[in-house]
Design a protein around this ligand. Structure first.
Ligand SMILES: *[C@@H]1O[C@H](CO)[C@@H](O)[C@H](O)[C@H]1NC(C)=O
Ligand SMILES: *[C@@H]1O[C@H](CO)[C@@H](O)[C@H](O)[C@H]1NC(C)=O
Ligand SMILES: *[C@@H]1O[C@H](CO)[C@@H](O)[C@H](O)[C@H]1NC(C)=O
Ligand SMILES: *[C@@H]1O[C@H](CO)[C@@H](O)[C@H](O)[C@H]1NC(C)=O
Ligand SMILES: *[C@@H]1O[C@H](CO)[C@@H](O)[C@H](O)[C@H]1NC(C)=O
Length: 759
């Protein structure tokens, strides 16, 4: 990894000097010492050596992070007599930028281990962390606190992350907000975000980094892991609709992975080994998926060293075990005595571009169906070949085929900035892709292997909850890929809906069953292409569910805790893009699906999913093989009381207290103020009430009961002024879900991992 831009200039310059007598000798250690820290040298005191300063955790080297021994035997930057090198305490970006909140304590600067707490002004509600600690890597723990009065129109308040300033205070559809970082900081993430029709902001939340701020391996593996898993899972069978004609393309899509590792100048031998091991680890992890990507792997400095060429994957006679051969090529590769002078990043992209053109030619029409993932490891200090931006633009054009909006999912460029001095402003604009973060900053190459070690586990690949395909691609009949978690439940002729929540459990309403129903009376239908009907093995109703519990209090039928879990036989459901669990609250996987990096709580998931006083939700209805969506708004916060009071008009309710029938465990939808909601019909019971978040579906509720019977099975009917439906809020039945799904004392199924403190 080259340190100085203009390195090539020095080489030429030195050559001239050499001819004329030359500059012999070495740099000196004079004035190199640092108070409170140490330094290391890549090539001792020789020309071209890099001196890297090290400080204890919670401190960073100042004023320089590193120095380069130039060909004139002087350090760049030179040490300054009156600004001695020292270790400074790590600071975190200014958190007082938050609006509508009191922050304690209020300081001019915040240092490592300082704790801040946030209190919203009255009538504002908090999303994000109420307490944050300044971490040794220069970031605040938790997530950005946001105090807002979200209305349910447009998008939620996107907040003001620490260290930023925001332009734009209106959050309606199509509104934009722009972010800038305060002095000395630079921005990672989106500097501009737009509010989309689905109520979500484009891009990712911006973060302000100091030059000494790094991502931890855990942060990277969570963020990169969830994105790459989505790419890999999108590649199972794929249908495409083109000019109204549905064509089924090959069952297994094609993934092309282009990997490049910068091995120029300052890298030491053990670091190179480490980079190589990290790439091997990454490929091993990817191979645990059912996709077999084509690989293009290069190491580079000014020279491109091709390790694996994607062209080989299109050879007439494919090697028998191409995966083993990639691994061997990687393991056998050694830098040897190569002169690794200079860095040419543009040539890397140029090489990939040419290979991609070859792939396109070979693939023909199939190329439409290819997915391209680039992963680059570099410090970005390229000094030859010019800016790569134009080449990246050509790569985009080739993949997007003039359909920038529609084909964005086909290209991702991830960049891992690694090193003491990273050229972020050059590198970050080269990232491409929707969804999560694409730019990461690591201090040491050694951190990479740890990152990939954590990244992808075979277990979570199988389950990857809630991933779905877009409706637009599947306009006709076939909706399995849009709702791969959908289950039909038939109990002695009674019909309900349910949702697959793990490969072996279906969640539905308890009232679908009678007291004496046995597992063998239950028929569960899940269309996974392996036989529609699945056998139930066990039935678990919520222990507090008791319809007659409040007869005396004027509630003839009481539906509190109306939840049940059906356990299916082992391997009854074949997990694929046709049959896959939905995400449920409180699980680690849902934290990843919501792109909540770091430690998250149930409460934070709830604050994100049910944040508006009117929250848009969806449930399904089915008749004659047709699945249709019903769109509703849950009335939360101040709107809830007015919604639930209509429960009193339901037959069998004689109490005057709506809360007797509709406890806090219910979500309330229906009515026609603000939005004419759909209403639940017979047969919709037990179905998931859900919300799509980016490419994942999260279940937040379950259809339980309503005030009026307005429709027979499978109809989509609009609410009138007083009809209301009540859905069990899954956040309120966490102990039950956890007691069954996280049960560790059995060998029947893999327990689901729940977050702490979700009771
Ligand atoms: C420069 O340093 C290297 C290693 O520290 C040493 O072997 C070499 O003799 C030095 N050269 C001069 C000219 O001092
Ligand atoms: C923040 O940390 C600095 C450095 O450790 C310390 O001097 C200061 O008292 C801390 N401030 C608070 C409010 O804890
Ligand atoms: C898809 O991949 C699987 C597993 O690698 C393989 O068995 C199957 O034959 C492939 N299908 C097609 C149509 O290529
Ligand atoms: C994209 O548009 C340009 C200019 O309109 C056209 O020349 C080119 O053929 C188009 N490419 C594709 C793949 O459609
Ligand atoms: C349901 O509640 C009623 C009224 O409190 C009680 O008599 C009955 O035993 C309960 N049933 C169960 C199964 O707990």
């Amino acid at each position: 990894m080259g340190l100085s831009v203009g390195w090539r200039g020095f080489v030429a310059f030195s050559f001239l000097l050499y001819m004329g007598g030359g500059v012999w000798g070495n740099c000196t250690e004079y004035h190199m010492q640092m108070e409170g820290g140490t330094y290391s040298l890549t090539k001792e005191m020789e020309q071209g050596s890099t001196l890297v300063y090290h400080c204890p955790e919670g401190f960073y080297p100042y004023p320089a992070l590193s120095r380069l021994c130039q060909l004139n035997n002087l350090w760049k930057p030179p040490p300054k007599r009156f600004r001695p090198q020292k270790c400074k305490m790590v600071e975190c970006p200014d958190p007082t930028v938050i609006r509508n909140a009191d922050i304690t304590p209020t300081e001019a600067k915040y240092f490592v281990h300082n704790v801040t707490t946030y209190d919203c002004y009255s009538s504002y509600t908090l999303r994000g962390s109420s307490r944050r600690v300044c971490l040794p890597n220069g970031k605040w723990s938790g997530t950005t606190p946001i105090c807002s009065r979200d209305t349910g129109n447009g998008c939620p308040d996107p907040g003001i992350p620490a260290g930023t300033s925001r332009a734009g205070d209106s959050f309606d559809i199509d509104d934009k907000v722009k972010y800038r970082c305060n002095a000395n900081l630079y921005l990672v993430g989106s500097s501009e975000r737009r509010c989309l029709e689905n109520g979500q902001w484009t891009g990712t939340e911006p973060t302000c980094f100091y030059r000494h701020t790094y991502d931890t391996p855990l942060e990277v593996s969570e963020a990169f892991g969830s994105s790459i898993k989505e790419s890999l899972n999108m590649l199972e069978s794929m249908d495409d609709t083109q000019s109204g004609r549905k064509i089924t393309l090959t069952k297994n899509g094609t993934l092309n992975m282009y990997i490049a590792v910068d091995i120029s100048t300052s890298i030491e031998k053990h670091e190179f080994e480490s980079a190589k091991q990290a790439v091997i680890k990454l490929i091993e992890k990817i191979s645990s998926f059912s996709v077999n990507p084509n690989y293009d792997i290069i190491f580079f400095s000014a020279e491109i060293i091709q390790i694996v060429n994607i062209i080989d994957f299109f050879a007439l006679q494919k090697e028998q075990n191409i995966y083993a051969s990639i691994m061997k090529k990687l393991k056998d590769f050694n830098v040897g005595d190569r002169e690794l002078v200079g860095t040419d990043l543009n040539q890397v992209f140029q090489t990939f571009y040419e290979h991609m053109a070859f792939v396109r030619q070979q693939a023909g029409h199939e190329f439409n169906n290819h997915q391209h993932v680039f992963i680059l490891f570099t410090d970005g200090a390229y000094n030859m070949g010019g800016k790569p931006d134009a080449t990246v633009a050509r790569i985009k054009n080739m993949v997007y085929m003039n359909d920038t909006e529609g084909r964005q999912e086909h290209l991702d460029i991830y960049i891992f900035g690694i090193g003491t001095e990273i050229f972020d402003t050059d590198l970050q604009p080269l990232t491409v892709g929707t969804g999560g973060l694409h730019y990461f900053r690591l201090r040491k190459i050694n951190d990479l292997q740890e990152t990939f070690e954590e990244i992808i586990d075979e277990e979570d690949v199988k389950g990857l909850c809630g991933l779905y395909r877009d409706t637009e691609q599947y306009q006709t009949g076939e909706k399995r890929k849009v709702y791969p978690w959908l289950a039909y439940i038939i109990v002695k002729g009674n019909k309900c809906l349910g949702s697959l929540v793990t490969p072996q459990f279906v969640l539905t309403a308890a009232h679908c069953f009678k007291f004496d129903d046995l597992p063998e009376d239950i028929q569960v239908e899940i269309d996974d292409g392996q036989g529609l009907v699945k056998r139930a093995k066990a039935l678990r109703l919520h222990p507090n569910y008791n319809v007659t519990a409040k007869v005396k209090d004027g509630v003839k039928e009481f539906y509190d805790y109306d939840v049940a879990l059906i356990q299916l036989e082992k391997n009854a459901v074949k997990i694929s893009s046709d049959a896959r669990p939905i995400c449920i609250p409180g699980t680690l996987e849902t934290t990843a699906a919501l792109k909540m990096v770091g430690v998250a709580t149930c409460k934070q998931q709830e604050q994100l999913l049910l944040r508006n006083e009117r929250e848009a939700l969806t449930f399904l209805t089915k008749s004659h093989g047709q699945v249709r969506e019903k769109n509703v708004y849950a009335k939360l916060g101040a709107n809830r009381n007015d919604c639930i009071r209509h429960a009193l008009s339901a037959t069998g309710i004689t109490t005057t207290n709506p809360k007797a029938a509709v406890t806090d465990n219910f979500l309330c939808t229906g009515g026609l103020d603000f939005h004419r909601d759909h209403i639940a019909c017979t047969g919709d019971s037990g179905g998931a009430v859900f919300k799509n978040y980016e490419r994942r579906t999260i279940q937040v509720g379950l259809v339980s009961w309503g005030t009026k019977v307005k429709c027979a099975m499978g109809e989509v009917v609009e609410s009138d002024a007083t009809s209301r439906d009540f859905h069990i809020n899954l956040f309120r039945v966490m102990p039950f879900l956890k007691s069954v799904l996280a049960d560790d004392d059995q060998d029947d199924f893999a327990p689901l991992q729940f977050l702490e403190g979700c009771d």
